[in-house]
Every structure is written in C-alpha cells, then in structure tokens.
Design a protein around this ligand. Structure first.
Ligand code: MG
Length: 283
C-alpha cells in the first residue's frame, strides 16, 4: 500500500496545480514529470506520503492511539526528513516548533483542507469498522477539527477498508460511504479542478475509484482532474492497492523511479510488510 500511495503522490506531485496543457502533453505514465515551478526532483514524494508514514509507522509499531502519540509521529516524520509540499503555514509551524508537546499546545485545528484525509488511508486496514472511524477521527481532530476536514478523513479511511476488508466492488464505494457516513454527498463525485479542501480531494478520489479498474488508468484520471492531484492520487492509489478488483499495473518505470534514500522505496516496501503483518493481512 505505501509504495503505491507514494507513487501516486510523487507522480501527481509533478502535476500539482500545473497548467492543463502540460498535463495533456505529459500525463502518460512514461516518467515522473518535472514540476514546472517547484525544484522538487521527479520521483520525490510530498507531504501526503510523509504524513501517511506517520500513521502507517504508528500502526506497524502497534503503538497506542492517543493524541500525544500521533503528535509525536507527525512531528518526527518531518523533523527527520524536512520536505516541501506542506501548506505554507503548516510548514512554517512545523519548522518553528520544538517538539510534539508544542505542536499540541499551539496548533489551531480549524483547517478544512486535505491534511487529515491525505494520511488517513492506512487506517482503513484495521479489521473493525468502528476502530477505523474512531481512529480516523482522532487523528483528524488534532489538525483538522472541522466537519469537512474530519469527513474527508473518515471517507479516505473507509475507502481503504471497503477494499481491504470487505472485498468491496469499486462501483459500490460511493453508496457504502453515503450509508456509513450518513451523507449523500458521497454519491456526487467531485469532477472539477481540485482545490485545497479535504472534501474536494476525497470526493474526487471516491468518484474515480468507483469508475476505474486498474491502477494505471486510475492514476492518469486523478492527474487529468488538475489542481491538488497529488492528494487525490495518494488517497485513490492507497485504497485501490488493497483491492483484488483493480489491475495492479503501475508501470515499472514508476516503481524504479520512486525516490531512494533513507525513507524512499526500500523503506516504504519494508514498512508495507510490517504494516500488513501488524494488522493481520499479507502484503
Ligand atoms: Mg502534496
């Protein structure tokens, strides 16, 4: 899961808020694109994967689900490997603070943006749906204690759960979410350019998950939406990677081009194995 999620993020990251004509010319999965404005190297993942690492590592370590433990992990993944891609103010905040205690003490958790949703996918691997929702909510409320920030995180976690634990069909995902989250908005996919709100990314990912059956086609479709497409692709590919219903056909060039280094693809592959073992699934 973490490998595919990171490939979605890194591939989408080359096209994040990029002009339509660049996307039309280069979104063919033949290579990671160089972002037209950011210096980030092609194949390097962004905040979406880094935040998901905080959650996935907590799960793999079978650590306790508390605000303090989550804050510790959010702080640690950034402090050990600072990188770009975070919302400007959150990036400044993470740079400024001295540790997880200060994170909890000073954070103003009123954001409706996608931060809580982008890291929520792995939580869906838990077998118990109540655990999935409770933990998705707990982590969301630390930084995004708003209706939209939380609902997007619930949906991203349940999307993974639908595939990993219910063997759900792609086309049944919107209805599952609408019923479980008691909100018909999940039946209405976001089909316009994706802005910064969590609900935009989550609704876009759900709509595309429901209408595709291969990871390759799903990834291209995420990027074609334009806007905050690295987040859409992170949520969508993380969920679809847990399903037998999608062709697991991401091109080799994207696997091989994903960043190496201390927290690159070797690290992600090893974490995937630990994560699946911790939740009683096989990778
Ligand atoms: Mg990002």
């Amino acid at each position: 899961m973490m490998i595919q999620l990171a490939i979605g993020d890194a591939y989408g990251g080359g096209f994040e808020y990029a002009p339509k004509r660049m996307i039309r010319a280069q979104n063919d999965l033949s290579a990671y694109a160089q972002h037209p404005r950011f210096a980030r190297a092609p194949g390097r993942y962004t905040d979406d994967t880094q935040m998901a690492l905080a959650i996935a590592e907590l799960m793999a370590d079978e650590a306790e689900w508390t605000r303090e433990e989550l804050a510790r992990r959010f702080y640690a993944v950034f402090a050990r490997d600072p990188r770009e891609g975070y919302a400007r103010r959150f990036h400044a905040f993470l740079t400024e603070i001295d540790g997880p205690e200060e994170l909890l003490a000073r954070i103003v958790p009123t954001s409706e943006k996608s931060g809580a949703a982008m890291r929520s996918g792995p939580i869906g691997l838990y077998a118990n749906e109540e655990d999935v929702l409770g933990r998705a909510d707990l982590q969301a409320r630390i930084t995004h204690d708003t209706p939209g920030g939380r609902a997007a995180a619930h949906a991203a976690a349940l999307a993974t759960h639908h595939f990993a634990r219910r063997d759900g069909a792609p086309e049944d995902l919107p209805e599952y979410l609408a019923e479980r989250l008691e909100d018909a908005v999940w039946l209405e996919p976001w089909t316009k350019s994706v802005g910064p709100l969590g609900m935009m990314s989550a609704r876009a990912a759900v709509g595309l998950l429901a209408t595709h059956d291969s990871l390759s086609e799903l990834l291209r479709a995420c990027v074609d939406l334009t806007g905050d497409v690295d987040t859409v692709a992170t949520i969508a590919l993380g969920a679809a990677s847990c399903s037998t219903r999608y062709a697991q056909d991401l091109p080799r060039v994207l696997h091989e081009g994903l960043e190496e280094g201390d927290y690159g693809r070797g690290y992600l592959a090893a974490l995937d194995a630990r994560l699946m073992a911790a939740v009683g699934l096989t990778a």
